[in-house]
Design a protein around this ligand. Sequence first.
Ligand code: XIL
Length: 386
Amino acid sequence: MGKLRIVVAGALAATVLYSVGPSAAGAAPQLTAAPARPATGSSVAHLPGTPSTDLPLRTLARKHGLGFGTAVDMDVLDSDPEYREHVSREFSAVTAENAMKWESLEPTRGEYNWGPADELVEFARRNGQKVHGHTLIWHNQAPAWLNEGVADGSISSAELRDIVRNHITTVVKHFRGKVRAWDVVNEAFTDGDNPVLRDSIFLQHLGPNYIADALRWAHAADPNAKLFLNDYAIDNINPKSTAYYELAKQLRKQRVPLHGMGFQGHLDLQYPLPIDAPQNLARFDRLGLQTAFTEVDVRYFLPVDTYKEAGQVGSFNTLLQACLLTPRCVMFTVWGFTDKYSWVPGWFEGQGGATPMDENFQPKPAYRGLQQVLAVAADPNSRRGF
Ligand code: XIL
C-alpha cells in the first residue's frame, strides 16, 4: 500500500497522510483520507465559513474576541475624509503611527504637546475603538533635547533616570483609562545571531534594569494598562525572539509587571516567511502573556506582479492564523491599511505595496485573504480578552 505525503505549507503546516486504496488495473488509485483524530473538545467539529465574508475586518475579528487595528497618521486623519471613514469602519483598535512617541509628545523639555494624541483617543472613543499606546521608551524618535543633553553631559545618568521616570509617569497618567496597552520599551534587542540589549542611552546610563524599572513605573501610573515589549524580526523562533522569551520569563519570575509581547510583523517577501510563528507565540502564551501583532505590513520590490500579490496574501494570512491559533493573542494591527499612506516607500528604496488596500482604498487580495481567515467560525471556548 503506497503512501502519499502531502505537506500543506502555511502557518497551519500539517502533514496529511493519505493511503492509496486497492484499485483495479488501469484505474486511477483512490485516495482515502486517513481517519481524522477524534474531536476532543466540545465543538470544533464544524468550522465552516460564515455566509458573508465581505464584512469589515473589525466585525469579522470581533467574534474571535480579537481586536483588529491600524496605525493612524494624525495629519492624514485630519486631511482625508476617506481615510477617516475607513479607519472607523474597518478597525476596532488604533495605534498612533507617531503621535505618542517621545519626540512628538515632549518636543521641548517639560512642554507637552498632547493635541494630536488626544485627538486620536477621542476619535477612538467615538468609534468604539481601543487605543494601543506606542511607545514610551525607544532609541528612535526620542527628542533632540534628550539625545543632545545626554551626549554633551549636561544630563547626568541620575538625571536621565528622573527624566525617564517622569516621562513615563506623565504620559501613562495622562492617558490612564484611555489606553488599553502600552509598548513600554520598543526594539530593546539587537539583531543577528547573538542579540544583546541595544546600546541605547537608556542601557548606557541606566543599566539593563531600565526595562524592569520602566515597566514598574508604567504600572504605578496606570495599574489597568497592559504592558508590552515590542520588536521586529521576532515573528518566528530565532535568536532574537528567544532572547525576548528568556527576558520575559525572567521578568515574570521576578513579578515585574509585564503583560504582553508585541510582534511587529514587518514582513518582506525577499525573506523567509515566519512559518513557525504559531510555535513562537505559543511559548510566550505559556508564560501567561498576551500576544499581539502590532505593526503588520508585507513589502516587496515594485512593480507588483501576480506572484508577489499571492505571496503577500500568504504572508498576511500566516501571521493572522498564528494569532488565531494562540489563545491569548488579543490584537492584530496593520501598520497602515492603504498604500496611499504607507511608511514603506519612504524607508525601503524600491519597495512598496505593503498594505491590504491600494492607493484608492480598494481591497487588494491581501484584504480578501484577511477576511477569509477571519470568516472561520469562532471557537466558543476562546477568551482572548481584547
Ligand atoms: C515609523 C513610522 O511609520 C514613520 O512614519 C516614522 O517616520 C518612523 O517610524 N517600528 C516601529 C514604528 O515601532 O514606530 C515605526 O514607525 C516603524 C518601525
